[in-house]
Design a protein around this ligand. Sequence first.
Ligand code: SAM
Length: 327
Amino acid sequence: KHNPEGDAQFLEDESTKIFARKVADHYSARTNQTLEERENSPIIHLKKLNNWIKSVLIQLYARRGDAVLDLACGKGGDLIKWDKAKIGYYVGVDIAEGSIEDCRTRYNGDADHHQRRKRFTFPARLICGDCYEARLDEVLADDAPFDICSCQFAMHYSWSTEARARRALANVSALLRPGGTFIGTMPDANVIVRKLREAGGLVFGNSVYWIRFDEEFLEKKFKSSSPFGIKYKFHLEDAVDCPEWIVPFHVFKSLAEEYDLELVFVKNSHEFVHEYMKKPEYVELMRRLGALGDGNQDQSTLSPDEWEVAYLYLAFVLRKRGQPDRT
Ligand code: SAM
C-alpha cells in the first residue's frame, strides 16, 4: 500500500546514508602526505594553527592516565598530542577505512612516515565505524567509561538528521564518566550564515576555500525551519571536498543538555587564538609548531585567506553532569 510519509522517511534515510558514504569515501581516498608535500600545502599554516588549537584543548583538559575516546579520529593526527599528555588508554573511531588504516600504521610506527619516534606508551583500540549511527555504548561497553571524549573537525557530519545528531550526543554521554569532558572543534554556523547573507548569492570563499549552498535545500530547510540537514558543499584546498551540514550552536547546546552535557565554553577560533596567545606556554607551542611567524611578511605565517578559513571554525568544551573531576 502506498504510504507517502513512510516513503519520504525511507528516502531521507537512504540519502543520508549516501551522503555519509560520500564523506567516508572522500576521507578514505586522502592518503598520507610526505613531509615535503605537507610543507608545500597552500594551507600548511592553517593546518599548523588547527593543530595548535587541538593541542591547547588537549593540554587544558587531559590528565595523566586518562582514558580517551577520539570520535572521527581520522589518520590519528592527534596521537602524538595525546601521548604528550601521558594518557593511559586511547580508542579511535572513524568511518573512513583508509583513515583508520593510516591511523593504525601511525600508531604502530612502522611506516615511512615522518615520525622516527618511540612507540606510543598507551594501549589503543582503533575501530572503523559510523559514530553517528552505531550504538557505541554497546560496541565500547568494555572500554567505558572515558575521562575525555574528543571530536575534532567532525561533529558537523552528524547534523544531517536529528536522529544522527542525537545518536552522536547519546554516544558521547553514555561513554563519558560523570564529570568527564567533551572537547571539539567544528564550523561556526554564525560565521557561515553571515558570510552567506553578505555574499548575496549561494557561493562564497577565497583562494583556498569555497562554500556552496544548494538553493533547493535552503528553501526547503528555511520553510520547514528544521535545524538539521542544512547541507552545503565545502571545498578546502588540499584538505576537504565534501557535503557538510550547518550546526546552529544554540541547538547543539540545548540538545547536548538533554544528554547531560553542559557547556563549559564555546569560542570562535579567532577568539581562541587571541585568548590563549596571552599565555607564554601556548605562545611557545605556537612558535614550535610554526603556524604564526614573527610578524614579518614572509612565508612563515598564515596568509589572510588561511586566517579567514580559521574564522569559519569554533572550539567547544562540554562537561558530563555528575560528580566533579577526579583530583
Ligand atoms: N579528527 C581528525 C583530525 O582532527 O585530524 C580528522 C578530522 S577530518 C576533517 C573529519 C573526519 O571525520 C574524517 O576522518 C572522516 O572520515 C570522519 N567522519 C565523518 N563522518 C563520520 C562518521 N559518521 N563517523 C565517524 N567518522 C566520521
